[in-house]
Design a protein around this ligand. Structure first.
Ligand SMILES: Cc1cc2nc3c(=O)[nH]c(=O)nc-3n(C[C@H](O)[C@H](O)[C@H](O)COP(=O)(O)O)c2cc1C
Length: 350
């Protein structure tokens, strides 16, 4: 299998897309992808995972390759079949919240091209659980179970943080029948106080009932659906150790590390650097890598870890593997490098 020639056209597409407002470019790209998937499918690679090496067994799942789409690019699970043509081994979509919500006012997505970065403060804009699951059910890729599907869940902005558990339970219950794994996202910086849920006691209070529900749902649906926790790169040494303690004690099935950062030290002075929101792309890479390395040291060899943050090349992917990640995910790298990145990573990590 060779790298699809079509992907070499991405730099030109990017030149045009980067002239547009970033959120408009995002929508145009996904609409273009859907169009190409439907009408020009014969010219594109099939909506199937790249198989360039042995499959990876993890958390009771079989990943066809080690490269996944990170959450947030397809918040409503509305583009699964088109995105599957990039060859990902797994797609993580969401964050979904129980009810539809519009997110923060625009503009809320900014490019920092000199740093190969983005800042976003979307705030979980999404169409809500019902529409999300209707989209999953409508996807052929999902129906035919061609790759692994991760569904990423969160809380509505209007739900007080003390009642966050209730939103996560609603989401867990609803998505479990359709998910290969569920990611509990408590690390977005754009929902007020969400990251407070990562503190030791709050985390236990959230995860214990979720794990109980997970066990009940496993019986009900006759399948085990692993629960992963998505964490921030900004926890600090003490915060990370406490979180690791909880993950270990409660035997959480896996960790996705990391979400975006609030740190701006690597983009100081650049246009948009002071925008509120989470910074992603190359400036978060080292933090994500360090978080993964510490997680691996502390959790031992068997706990699944998905490494995400500033992966722009096969070398970055290998560094993430070396730090201890079993699998990797990309978002910002995909915007800057295009779908060829998926191929390069799948090949080198095979
Ligand atoms: C525009 C944008 C929106 C995002 N939305 C979500 C989200 O809804 N849920 C989530 O768990 N992560 C979200 N993320 C975080 C990414 O999944 C990823 O963890 C982070 O961006 C670091 O990876 P990257 O440097 O490859 O982008 C978002 C990232 C970006 C850039």
């Amino acid at each position: 299998m060779t790298k699809p020639l079509l992907w070499s056209g991405y730099p030109l597409a990017r030149r045009l897309l980067f002239r547009l407002d970033p959120e408009v470019a995002h929508e145009v790209s996904l609409a273009g992808l859907d169009f190409a998937h439907r009408w020009l499918g014969g010219l594109m690679p099939p909506a199937q995972p790249l198989r360039l090496g042995p499959a990876v067994e993890l958390a009771g799942l079989r990943f066809p390759n080690r490269v996944g789409l990170a959450a947030g690019l397809d918040k409503n699970a509305a583009h699964l079949d088109g995105l599957a043509r990039f060859g990902f081994g797994f797609l993580e979509v969401g964050t979904v919240t129980p009810l539809a919500q519009s997110g923060n006012p625009k503009p809320r997505l900014f490019r920092l091209p000199k740093a190969n970065a983005l800042i976003n403060r979307f705030g979980f804009n999404n169409q809500g659980l019902e529409a999300f699951l209707a989209n999953v059910r409508a996807s052929r890729w999902a129906q035919e179970h061609r790759g692994i599907l991760g569904l990423n869940i969160g809380k509505n902005a209007v739900t007080p943080i003390e009642q966050a558990l209730s939103d996560y339970l609603i989401c867990l219950e609803a998505v479990t029948p359709w998910a290969d794994y569920v990611t509990v996202n408590i690390s977005s910086p754009n929902t007020k106080n969400l990251r407070d849920l990562q503190a030791e006691q709050a985390l236990e209070a959230l995860l214990e009932p979720l794990l109980e529900r997970q066990a009940r749902l496993a019986q009900q649906h006759q399948k085990q659906t692993p629960l992963f926790l998505k964490i921030s790169p900004d926890l600090g040494a003490v915060g990370l150790e406490q979180l690791i303690g909880v993950v270990r004690n409660l035997r959480i099935d896996g960790v996705v590390a990391t979400n975006t950062t609030l740190d701006r030290s690597l983009v100081q002075g650049q246009p948009h650097a002071q925008e509120t929101g989470g910074l992603s792309g190359q400036p978060v890479h080292l933090r994500s890598l360090q978080t993964v390395r510490r997680l691996r040291e502390a959790l031992g060899p068997t706990t699944p870890i998905i490494g995400v943050g500033g992966i722009f090349s096969a070398a970055d992917g290998l560094a993430m593997r070396e730090a201890g990640a079993d699998l990797v995910q990309v978002y910002t790298g995909l915007i800057y490098r295009g779908p060829a990145l998926v191929y390069e990573l799948a090949e080198r990590l095979a």
